[in-house]
Write a protein of this length. Structure first.
Length: 217
């Protein structure tokens, strides 16, 4: 019963939701309502993701999971899920907690999807939404290469000829430049969550990716 079929509870949207809920209980953490809006924004970031897990489906799944609590099916769920649910629920009964989450997710506020300037990125959202950006920028400035130009050349050519990841990276970088219309806004948004990510580095990396595709593809 702890097969790969349970992965959606620990590594999918439910697992992410549990981790976000646990984090919201820490002193000084963002309110759960804000984190739910960030989760909604993340899940609806692309047409493919939003089609696979729309908020209504996530809310219905939480209601179904609430019905399982206390049953043999629940006890057969992965320990990581059951323990995560207990931490997220805190002093609340797990059933009530899951149903309250489902109700919050159905609220119009959860579906409003404020942009990145209205509701700033949190650590977890930045890490998941812009993971490629973080990885490639970190490689640029790691000190492993003698210059940024050498770093860019090595990074881009190492992906060639299968450059699907570079195409995905270009999409992330374009989204960043669209979301933050000025360099000041972008640099401020990432100052605490990904300080290595700056407007200047994004422009440099995006130009290099575009040049690679123009020359090699």
């Amino acid at each position: 019963m702890t097969s790969k079929h349970h992965d959606f509870l620990t590594s999918g949207a439910v697992g992410l939701l549990m981790r976000v809920a646990v984090a919201s209980r820490n002193p000084g953490a963002a309110p759960l309502e804000d984190e739910l809006q960030r989760l909604s924004r993340f899940l609806q970031d692309s047409r493919a993701t939003s089609a696979a897990m729309p908020p209504a489906a996530l809310a219905s799944l939480l209601d179904l999971l609430a019905d399982e609590v206390g049953t043999a099916v629940f006890e057969a769920r992965p320990a990581a899920y059951r323990e995560g649910l207990a931490r997220a629920a805190g002093d609340d009964p797990p059933t009530d907690f899951l149903r309250s989450l489902a109700a919050l997710i159905r609220e119009p506020q959860f579906l409003s999807n404020p942009d990145l300037t209205e509701l700033p990125l949190s650590d977890w959202e930045a890490a998941r939404r812009f993971s490629l950006t973080s990885a490639y920028v970190s490689s640029m400035v790691s000190g492993e290469y003698d210059s940024v130009d050498e770093a860019l050349e090595e990074i881009l050519t190492s992906e060639h000829p299968d450059c699907q990841e570079l195409a995905d990276l270009a999409g992330e970088l374009q989204r960043l430049l669209y979301s933050f219309r000025t360099s000041v806004e972008l640099d401020a948004a990432f100052a605490t969550v990904m300080p290595q990510v700056t407007h200047a580095r994004i422009r440099l990396l995006l130009d290099a990716v575009h040049a690679h595709f123009a020359e090699q593809h």
